[in-house]
Design a protein around this ligand. Structure first.
Ligand code: ZN
Length: 198
């Protein structure tokens, strides 16, 4: 019979984390309750605080505490270059691996009609407004090379074309079907610098 009550609830909750199955959730639960109750309390408080304090940047949709994220608010970034990525983690990976000085737009997903994720869910209306503003000269499509990632890149490419903006796509070096976040920085840097016109 599966365990009931608060213990079972905690185990089930921990399984929302990526890569955590029933065994790991059980191990974490016993660790937190038996060995590190102070750490457990801190974890719970940090989670609640982060959920209240962190939202999406009004301009690029990455995770941030303020209205604008530090990159969008910085006067030192090249505002004519816009790099489109699927997740905040991927924006960070490009930021750390390359010398990119432009701005990002974070989709927080990819087009996936079967899952009910369309242009509205990715806030492509915000992106279109950026393209309309006339300040973007090049849009870099750094979505993943999965089927949905490619479809998303094509969709945004057509949007860019309507506004006469050059769209580039990350080039060689990226593993097909791979996720940007997990690529080593040398490969990512190579692919980023070797991007070509879509
Ligand atoms: Zn931002």
């Amino acid at each position: 019979m599966p365990p009931a009550g608060a213990l079972a609830r905690l185990m089930r909750s921990l399984r929302c984390l990526p890569g955590v199955g029933p065994k790991s959730a059980q191990r974490m639960t016993f660790h937190l309750l038996q060995r590190d109750r102070a750490g457990a309390r801190q974890l719970a408080e940090s989670l609640l605080h982060a959920l209240d304090a962190i939202g999406h940047c009004a301009q690029c949709r990455t995770l941030t505490e303020g209205e604008l994220c530090p990159l969008c608010a910085s006067p030192r970034r090249e505002r004519s270059l816009l790099c489109v990525v699927e997740t905040p983690a991927e924006a960070q990976a490009i930021e750390q691996a390359t010398a990119f000085r432009g701005l990002f737009f974070v989709l927080n997903g990819r087009l996936s009609p079967l899952d009910g994720i369309g242009p509205a869910e990715l806030r492509l209306d915000l992106l279109e407004r950026r393209l309309q503003s006339g300040e973007i000269a090049e849009i870099i499509l750094a979505t993943n090379t999965t089927v949905e990632g490619e479809a998303t890149a094509h969709y945004i490419h057509e949007m860019a074309q309507r506004h006469g903006i050059t769209a580039t796509r990350l080039a060689y070096g990226m593993p097909l079907g791979g996720e940007l976040e997990y690529v080593d920085s040398a490969t990512l840097s190579h692919a980023f610098n070797g991007r070509k016109v879509f």
